[in-house]
Design a protein around this ligand. Structure first.
Ligand code: SF4
Ligand code: SF4
Length: 584
């Protein structure tokens, strides 16, 4: 018995099921799954440049006869949608399971999105665990079913299932020989002549999965009280058990295709039937489509956005809420902010100062949008910064406008920024692209990427030449700048944004301050009696700098300060100095 998170349990299930290969792109709340899988014996795992690439590698490995796990967060499913939709047509050889981890409540995402809509659209069955033990079990079942029904399977998780830990009975790995690959263009070559019959085959395969869903132990009918019946899945099942302990429940472990016979059985058993789900009406729509009447909770409707809690469910059903125990408030509330000494900070400060229109991207540096830096105008999706900057330039051409600057990280540039830059360069776009190269994939926890030469399993690899890649697109205006040096940052931005007819790229390169063994903390800085309480240094937003309430003077917390020296450059009174004799 082990205490595992849902993510770790999915990795364990894949390993026990004999999966040999794991591929993915990091993204909260899915990331730990591939890290955990990659650390196991007899497997190969890699971070791919993006989710589309990961699924394409997975389909190749499956065709060659291996069981393969692909992982991503919900927005990554959009990136992978192209190969996924066709993978349902080709089907599999070795079992192919895709973890899609959704984030209701948007703890670390730019939208709420229910992968089950994609699953239905793509004709890919979904299994949905409610805890870690089920995460392991369902993953193993998904591999079996994938091979049995000749189709990829989704394991859908949400943030609570992915990150909460619960006991799991683990087992031994079953090594599996490769299933022999047989050349068969009618299965693997999806040109219209072959795709059309595969569409018919797809419908037949899904019909078989739907039949299996009626009897599979992954769907569970818990018949209790006849007054209330609830259909739920995933984390919502745990909340329903807590909030409505006497209710009859259909716990769906297979959420596409759904077991219509089991739904009818529950509907016949109860006076009123409800669907309880988070952030989407996917299940409710599925149930209503079976002609079963779905009731609204008696007190008020369940919220359409965000996560559920047992309290929210009880309130919707007009039940008293359990008495809340007071929580100890001994941790100060802190707004999200770039870390002390973050090498992205000065870039946003200077872009803001230069009144640039800044199209941003996904990563730590999205925090550059927040005050006091307030240095970003937009964030849409991975790679959108460069394409959106091109859109701004096209629309504003011929007008007086602020300089347009795209800001993107190194990992995101590898994910999909490169194709955006390729397109912009090809179409003779103008504007400035800042690539914030902090030598890692910061926000998801320091995964390797094509530009830092570290693979998921720490195998030595190439460190791709970022400048060379940019130059290969015919862009000659390329500079590499130390982002900790205010004068250099200011000069680079000023120069690049003044060359308005050209496309320019500035690579700001300095390691993330949290990169152990790479980033070296220096002696901290301190504030001297020369401080005039002007507050300029505080506008950098470094968490190590604060103002003394009584005097307005600045102060630096030496424990937080990493000694980057960024703030020193902004003090017009020379009041910020390196702390004498405090070498680390
Ligand atoms: S910029 Fe200099 S003078 Fe102004 S508050 Fe900071 S340390 Fe004091
Ligand atoms: S030197 Fe200044 S900007 Fe850098 S970490 Fe210390 S307080 Fe923050």
């Amino acid at each position: 018995m082990q205490l595992l998170s849902g993510n770790e349990a999915i990795a364990q299930g894949a390993w026990e099921a004999g999966a040999r290969i794991g591929v993915g792109y990091p993204g909260t709340p899915s990331t730990e799954t591939m890290e955990s899988f990659g650390a196991k014996e007899n497997v190969y795992a890699e971070w791919c440049a993006n989710e589309k690439v990961a699924v394409e590698v997975a389909v190749g490995a499956s065709a060659a006869g291996a069981r393969v796990l692909a992982t991503m967060k919900h927005v990554g499913v959009n990136v992978a949608a192209d190969p996924l939709y066709t993978a349902a047509y080709t089907g599999v050889n070795g079992g192919l399971v895709v973890l899609a981890a959704d984030d209701p409540g948007m703890h670390s995402s730019q939208n709420e999105q229910d992968t089950r809509f994609h699953a239905q659209g793509a004709h890919i069955p979904v299994v949905e665990p409610s805890d870690s033990a089920e995460a392991r079990e369902y993953t193993m079942q998904a591999f079996e079913a994938s091979e049995r029904f000749d189709i990829p399977f989704f394991v859908r998780s949400t943030v609570r299932v992915s990150h909460a830990k619960s006991p799991v009975e683990v087992g031994e790995r079953v090594e599996r020989d490769l299933i022999p690959y047989e050349k068969d263009p009618s299965k693997w070559v999806m040109m219209p002549a072959y795709a059309k019959p595969r569409r018919t085959s797809l419908d037949a395969r899904i019909a078989q999965v739907a039949q299996w869903a009626e009897t599979s132990p992954l769907n569970r009918l818990e018949l209790n009280d006849t007054s209330i019946g609830v259909i739920c899945a995933g984390a919502s099942y745990q909340y329903v058990r807590d909030a409505l302990p006497n209710a009859s429940i259909l716990k769906l472990g297979i959420t596409w295709p759904i077991a219509t016979g089991l739904i009818a059985k529950l509907a016949n058993h109860v006076d009123a039937l409800y669907v309880v789900e988070e952030g989407s009406d996917y299940l409710s729509m599925q149930v209503k489509a079976t002609s079963v009447t779905v009731s609204e909770p008696p007190a008020h409707a369940l919220p359409k956005e965000g996560e559920l809690t047992p309290g929210i469910i009880r309130s919707a059903f007009g039940l008293a809420l359990p008495e809340e125990l007071p929580t100890q408030q001994d941790v100060p509330g802190r707004p999200p902010a770039l870390c002390a000494g973050c090498p992205h900070r000065l870039v946003f400060k200077e872009l803001s100062r230069a009144k640039c229109i800044v199209t941003g991207d996904i990563g730590c540096y999205t925090l550059g949008a927040l005050p006091p830096l307030a240095g970003m105008d937009s964030t849409l999706d991975m790679g959108a910064s460069i394409s959106m900057a091109h859109g701004f330039e096209l629309a504003l051409a011929g007008t007086e406008h602020h300089p347009v600057v795209a800001v993107i990280g190194d990992s995101t540039f590898g994910h999909s920024g490169f194709t955006s830059l390729l397109s912009t360069a090809y179409n003779k776009g103008a504007g400035t692209i800042c690539i914030l190269d902090n030598r890692t994939t910061g926000m998801t926890g320091h995964q390797g990427n094509p530009f830092n030469g570290i693979t998921l399993q720490n195998r030595p690899s190439r460190e791709l030449d970022l400048e060379g890649m940019v130059r290969s697109l015919g862009i000659s205006d390329v500079q590499v700048v130390n982002p900790n040096n205010m004068k250099d940052v200011r000069a680079a931005i000023k120069g690049a944004t003044s060359r308005t007819e050209e496309l320019s790229v500035i690579i700001f390169r300095s390691p993330c301050v949290l990169l152990k063994k790479v980033f070296e903390r220096q002696a901290p800085y301190t504030i001297t009696s020369d401080c005039r309480a002007c507050g300029v240094c505080v506008t950098l937003g470094c968490p190590a700098i604060a103002r003394i309430e009584e005097t307005g003077e600045a102060c630096i917390d030496p424990d937080q300060c990493v000694g980057c020296g960024q703030c020193q450059a902004y003090c017009g009174f020379g009041a910020i100095v390196r702390m004498e004799g405090a070498l680390r």
